[in-house]
Design a protein around this ligand. Structure first.
Ligand code: EPU
Length: 340
């Protein structure tokens, strides 16, 4: 279905009410194929929008937004003897509904990713992660449709070039494929990941170490630290955590004792952007209705009437002060779409 001049307020978790010139809501894979067969009739540029939980609009969108609503979560194949099961979710399935369903069924692997806003279709694009787990560990394959001609292409996990909040769909293949369905390989004898210390503590408070308690503990931690986008507009972490050479991390740690440093790939360390921003004094600061969350400095919020430009401006000032104090260049995790 094609809509014209659609207000985007309810399509992005910052709640920014810019307009899209055209929006096509895609309900089935067949519909997607039909639409892309006639690609040359679509008003360009095209933008694929999932849950809108990782996007900052800064102006009206003059082009066509593709909004996949393909539903359905199901068991594809039981390999219980081997300890796993293959399940799939349509691109438009709410991610946390899918996690809740999996946990209820006793399937493990994505419980640490509870309550992450957004749709299943965006999970491989962004390689979502939290509390020591990334979704790439559970993704088996990703079914897509080529936007230029409507042909189907399936990407195996090893073809997705997954990285930290990154994949082929954000790089060489950006904007070329619409994800229609994602297949996950989950475990029927879950090995729970409690490597994240505060998660372990929260699970212990709840009692036994079970799949359901891990999900509940993640929900409790997220609710205590992160603003609910239904109430206060936000897009989760606004910046990525920077990865630097070990030598850079060591120098900084000597100068700033107490700075959190996590081991990354061989020779590299990951720093905590939230800590860096907090140390620059930004926590709780506001520019009108654009602000830095008071409990997690990595999260920028819209207290009501902020514009995308104001939030962008705040993020630029944050970047500048972190660069001045620590010599670290923060990179946005959120995608900025529009005129700046
Ligand atoms: N910290 C501060 N002040 C702050 C925020 C954080 O000092 O205002 C410190 C914390 O005390 C901690 C460290 O910084 O020592 C890291 O903070 P936290 O554990 O809250 O996690 P994060 O690095 O800020 C990342 C992900 C989150 C994910 C959490 C939990 C990124 C960019 N963010 O945040 O993902 O939920 O870890 O695993 O990797 C998202 O991507 O949108 C997101 C919310």
């Amino acid at each position: 279905m094609i809509f014209k001049n659609i207000p985007l307020g309810k399509y992005n978790t910052f709640g920014l009410n810019y307009k899209a010139e055209f929006m096509i809501q895609i309900e089935t894979e067949e519909e997607a194929t039909d639409i892309f067969h006639k690609n040359n009739t679509l008003k360009k540029p095209l933008l694929i929008l999932g849950g809108g939980s990782n996007i900052l609009f800064t102006s009206d969108y003059r082009g066509t937004i593709l909004y996949p609503q393909i539903g359905g979560m199901k068991v594809e194949k039981e390999e219980a003897d081997n300890g796993y099961i293959i399940v799939s979710a349509g691109a438009g399935v709410n991610w946390d509904d899918f996690v809740a369903w999996s946990v209820n069924e006793g399937f493990g692997g994505i419980e640490n990713l509870s309550l992450i806003p957004g749709k299943a279709g965006a999970t491989p694009v962004q390689n979502i992660g939290a509390y020591g787990v990334e979704v790439k560990e559970s993704i088996l394959r990703v079914k897509t449709i080529n936007i230029s001609d409507g042909s189907v292409r399936i990407f195996r996990n090893d073809e997705c070039a997954f990285g930290y909040r990154n994949s082929i769909f954000k790089n060489s293949e950006k904007g070329k494929y619409l994800v229609t369905r994602v297949y996950y390989k989950l475990s029927v004898k879950p090995l729970l990941n409690l490597s994240y210390e505060s998660l372990k503590e929260e699970v212990n408070k709840l009692g036994e170490t079970t799949l359901k308690n891990v999900r509940q503990a993640v929900i409790n931690i997220r609710r205590s630290k992160l603003p609910d986008p239904e109430i206060t507009g936000n897009a989760g972490s606004f910046f990525k955590n920077p990865v630097v050479k070990n030598s850079v991390a060591e120098v900084l740690q000597n100068e700033f004792p107490g700075m959190p440093v996590y081991r990354d790939t061989e020779g590299y360390s990951k720093l905590a952007s939230g800590w860096l921003i907090d140390q620059c004094g930004w926590k709780g600061k506001r520019y009108g209705d654009a602000g830095v969350h008071e409990k997690q400095a990595l999260v920028l919020v819209n207290y009501g009437k902020a514009t995308g430009i104001e939030i962008y401006g705040l993020s630029e000032d944050i970047k500048k002060s972190v660069l001045d104090k620590f010599g670290i260049r923060l990179e946005r995790e959120v995608e900025v779409v529009g005129v700046i």
